[in-house]
Design a protein around this ligand. Sequence first.
Ligand SMILES: Nc1ncnc2c1ncn2[C@@H]1O[C@H](COP(=O)(O)OP(=O)(O)OP(=O)(O)O)[C@@H](O)[C@H]1O
Ligand SMILES: [Mg+2]
Length: 253
Amino acid sequence: MQDQLLRVSGLSAGTEDKPILQDVDLTVGAGQTHVLMGPNGAGKSTLGHVVMGDPTYIVSAGSIVFDGKDITEDSADKRSLAGIFLSYQAPVEVPGVPLYSYLRTITQKRPELKMTARKFRSRVGDIADQLDMNSSFLTRELNVGFSGGEKKKIEMLQLLLLQPKLAILDETDSGLDVDALSVVSRGIEAYRQDCDGALLIITHNTRILERLSVDRTHVMVQGRMVAEGPASLIDEIDAHGFEQFEHTGGEQQ
Ligand SMILES: Nc1ncnc2c1ncn2[C@@H]1O[C@H](COP(=O)(O)OP(=O)(O)OP(=O)(O)O)[C@@H](O)[C@H]1O
Ligand SMILES: [Mg+2]
């Protein structure tokens, strides 16, 4: 399934009382980097959550195929084991669970990542160094009391440790200072190169994309995909905003 790692077809989804996504199509090839843009409230995070299997949302039509298997009905846990990773726009705090133990638990669930406690410690230490992360973070409770930028680095640490086949990064770059932004960009580059992983980057800030080679850009407005094109579409959006797409039913460049 080299050319179609993720295939979302005709997907409509929403909460019990609010339809959000309407007839969404999206295909991401293995190892490709895709960008999803769109105005606030368009449904970008919802799409990320629905692909990850968040039970808050109900799929009313369409399908999600990942790595050749229909996962539309699968639990988030199953999807995570299959190789999908979602970095949350607002990572949740988990009191009582130290970050290090959490990381050990999630890696032990994956047979392909089985390693000794010593190897694990050194691997986590290496990634923390790579991300310029203070090692005291590892003994603190998961996300509790961390600053916004620190939480994003913890998400990057999970990404590099888990090496998923597809990483959906939901505004991983928002609220980062210039140094943290460059650390996170380096983390994304490392994931691309070392794991040959595919990326779906949801962002409003095109700086994070400067160091990445983008294969495809998608634009969502009011729950629908309204345009798809090459990386140059990002510059067009930067220059002219989303208004140009607001009355279109779907454009392919
Ligand atoms: N759990 C929910 N309950 C009620 N409404 C929701 C829920 N999740 C999303 N929505 C609504 O669906 C719409 C799309 O939200 P979503 O968070 O997907 O937008 P977005 O494109 O990610 O926006 P932003 O760029 O601001 O992050 C919004 O109107 C939002 O209020
Ligand atoms: Mg969002």
